[in-house]
Design a protein around this ligand. Structure first.
Ligand SMILES: NC(=O)c1ccc[n+]([C@@H]2O[C@H](COP(=O)([O-])OP(=O)(O)OC[C@H]3O[C@@H](n4cnc5c(N)ncnc54)[C@H](OP(=O)(O)O)[C@@H]3O)[C@@H](O)[C@H]2O)c1
Length: 354
């Protein structure tokens, strides 16, 4: 790809990700309009679900300067009347001469924008950009599979432990890492944990000290409904769902502000796929974080449901074989490193599961 195209598309991608947490279940999209002198005349991104698409914001920013310009857009412009009008027509009406598309739209309802532009005299170039596909991955995955994008997140010591010995500091990652997790919680639709983690840690599973663009649903996987009645997740602060197995007695929870979902069994464990489908159908979920513990991660691994691993590794070591360690399970995952950066004393890695 010529550098000029990749530079403008990079800019469009940077704009697109600003919508993360605001636009879902819509895709994150960015658009850059460039004149024949290769000067940017307008930029825009999809800022909020139900509001103007990236192309419209860029056209509004450019005004009359859009005439004759090239549009670099991360996703194929839509061709349908949804909550907003079709972008393909708006680009034609504004006199755009060429549209460079980072990724074709697999959403049948909205696709066809490229063809419509081409049949109306606009030059259309698809570049099938891997990085555009990366930022669109949760949206594309949801369309293809009916499941939300599943991010498995954990904090581990340098030797792979996710548990600390009793009486020792229970925090594995540093404050900066915890802050990153809260920021991400404020962008996703659900936080899922196993009952073992609730019993051991009594977590709140809420967004704290960070901007909440949306309120994630708390989901507890609890086959036999052994959730202690004094658990913080029963405080009603945010919506909470308990996914359980067959033949459980829910009467003891009648007065608690929680909903329930019965899951079938597969190979002796709860089938988590109907849970994911339920999160899409009932809660319109696009992204969910699984925050442990190890047993739930093992089920996610066995059922091949993880899309991304987000691992915070501290410099601490534990070396106690009686405690839960993620090294073996992590090594079994077929994944590629996408991003690696320090955060305080921790190393933060994101892996894409193949
Ligand atoms: N460092 C970290 O990032 C991190 C994160 C979370 C937790 N932890 C630590 O990990 C420990 C808890 O881990 P854990 O492995 O014991 O607990 P867990 O994974 O939180 O919960 C395990 C339990 O959840 C149920 N479960 C989950 N998925 C299931 C499925 N598909 N089918 C059937 N049952 C399912 C089972 O409940 P039943 O036993 O009732 O059948 C299972 O025993 C705690 O010490 C906690 O502090 C660390």
């Amino acid at each position: 790809m010529p550098k000029i195209i990749s530079d403008f598309m990079l800019h469009a991608r940077e704009l697109a990700v600003r919508g993360h947490g605001f636009v879902e279940p819509n895709p994150m999209v960015g658009c850059v309009l460039v004149n024949d002198q290769n000067k940017i005349v307008g930029t825009g991104y999809h800022e909020k679900c139900g509001e103007a698409h990236a192309e419209i914001n860029a056209l509004n920013a450019a005004g009359p300067l859009a005439k004759g310009a090239t549009a670099y857009v991360t996703l194929e412009p839509c061709n349908h009347q949804g909550k907003t009008g079709p972008c393909a027509q708006a680009l034609i009406d504004a006199g755009i001469s060429k549209v460079v598309i980072g990724c074709a739209d697999p959403n049948l309802e909205a696709s066809g924008g490229g063809t419509y532009l081409a049949t109306n005299g606009v030059e259309v170039v698809y570049i099938d950009d891997e990085l555009c596909k990366t930022i669109l991955a949760p949206f594309l995955h949801r369309i293809r599979t009916g499941f939300p994008w599943v991010i498995c997140k954990w904090a581990q010591t340098a030797d792979g432990y996710i548990e600390t010995p009793e009486g020792e500091d229970p925090w594995i990652s540093c404050e900066g890492s915890q802050q990153l997790v809260h920021e991400e919680r404020g962008r996703v639709d659900a936080i899922i944990v196993g009952i073992g983690t609730v019993v051991a840690d009594n977590p709140s599973l809420t967004v704290r000290n960070a901007e909440a663009h949306r309120t994630p649903l708390r989901v507890i996987v609890d086959p036999t409904l052994r959730l202690p009645h004094n658990s913080t997740v029963l405080d009603g602060e945010v919506p909470t769902l308990i996914a359980h197995g067959k033949n459980v007695d829910k009467t003891a929870f009648t007065n608690y502000p929680v909903s329930f979902l019965e899951l079938p069994e597969v190979d002796g464990s709860l089938d988590l796929r109907p849970l994911l489908t339920h999160l899409v159908n009932k809660y319109d979920a696009t992204n969910v974080i699984v925050e442990g513990g190890k047993t739930l991660f093992e089920h996610i691994f066995n059922q091949q449901l993880a899309n991304e691993l987000w691992i915070f590794t501290s410099q601490r070591t534990i070396g106690n074989e009686n405690l839960k360690n993620m090294t073996q399970l992590f090594n079994a995952w077929d994944c590629i490193l996408e991003n690696k950066q320090p955060c305080g004393n921790d190393l933060v890695c994101r892996y894409h599961v193949k």
